[in-house]
Design a protein around this ligand. Sequence first.
Ligand SMILES: *Cc1c(COP(=O)(O)O)cnc(C)c1O
Length: 400
Amino acid sequence: MAGAEIIGKEEIKEVMDVLETGVLFRYGFDNERKGIFKVREFEEAFAKYCGAGYALGVSSGSAALKVALTAMDVAPGDEVIVPAFTFVATYEAVLEAGAIPVMADIDGSLNLDPDDIEAKITPFTKAVIPVHMCGAPARIDKIVEVAKKNNLMVLEDNAQGCGGTYKGKYLGTFGDMGIFSFDYVKTITTGEGGMVVTDNIDLYSRSDWYHDHGHDHNPNVGRAMEGRSLLGFNFRMGELQGAVGLAQLRRLDYVIAEQRKNKAVIKEALSKVDGLKFRDIPDPDGDSATFLGFNLPDAGVTKKIQKALGDEGIDTVLFKENLWHYVPNWEHLLSQSTANSKKYPFTNPMYKGKADYSRASIPHAEDILGRTLFMQIFVNMSKEKMKSIIDGIEKVSKIL
Ligand SMILES: *Cc1c(COP(=O)(O)O)cnc(C)c1O
């Protein structure tokens, strides 16, 4: 829950600045807004924070994916390689762009396996989307290397890893483009919202135009007179969201520091459980610590431990059985149950490939996700709460 747990005075002050002018729109109204540009300020602060050349605020993380894919010219007929373990939005965004998501396996980091990318490449592959799931980095340097070697673009879905790093560089800034989500359960929140980042001025400009009906945002003319070079849509962020985002961003380091502290204490308790191994995190110093993942020797023991932890009031997620984060469980994707009656883009005649969503094509995910449990880490975990978790783990460790 992270940022949502600490909404308070700072957010209220930022939002009041906007409400006092009454200008809820990020563009125009220059006389009425009294110099207040919260979305613009949020973008500038966000780009500076993560060391990106450009940042564009948008209406959601899903919108950010759609905008970035469109800027990268991912289009009908194309394929995009996406890990089997991710939130459904990553797949939906590829389909929204008219392209086809191709499922790839994960490695011990539980993120996209760089060694499976080449096996999934076809003549139609245009891009790859590594996802930093549950706040911890993928082997992003290796992924970018394999992608470059094969002439593929990289879009990092960093919806879950805001503030995380890999070897000192912020997640989301390794690929051609990166995206973030600020929905209510993400590391920082604006209620609904997202960010697109890139160092490439062309990709930024195309994103900027596309997300606002093609407006070129020429500073020298009024909004009504702005030029346009492409057809776009509306994925704009509003001033109230920008205001909340500014306040949340200032406390992102605090959120991560508290999560790391709490995670370390629980990890210490879990390390005494026989046969338990922690999720392999390629750079532990860069973990945003929103989740604690651990593996057990087999699926049977995993279920037994999950049940025992549950009896002690400790909730865990077994993602292999989760309905929203593991591709083989998405009956609507498997049956091509699109919102349109034509099953587009699966039926697009420009698409010559054949995507494989079978469990057999992702053997490592099938094995490891069936014996991995995740605990959510919060910013606010009272002494009593921590004690009850630690006592519970100790009890459970005895049943093994
Ligand atoms: C949350 C999430 C998204 C989508 O973000 P929204 O802001 O909820 O639209 C995309 N990808 C991943 C991995 C996510 O967890």
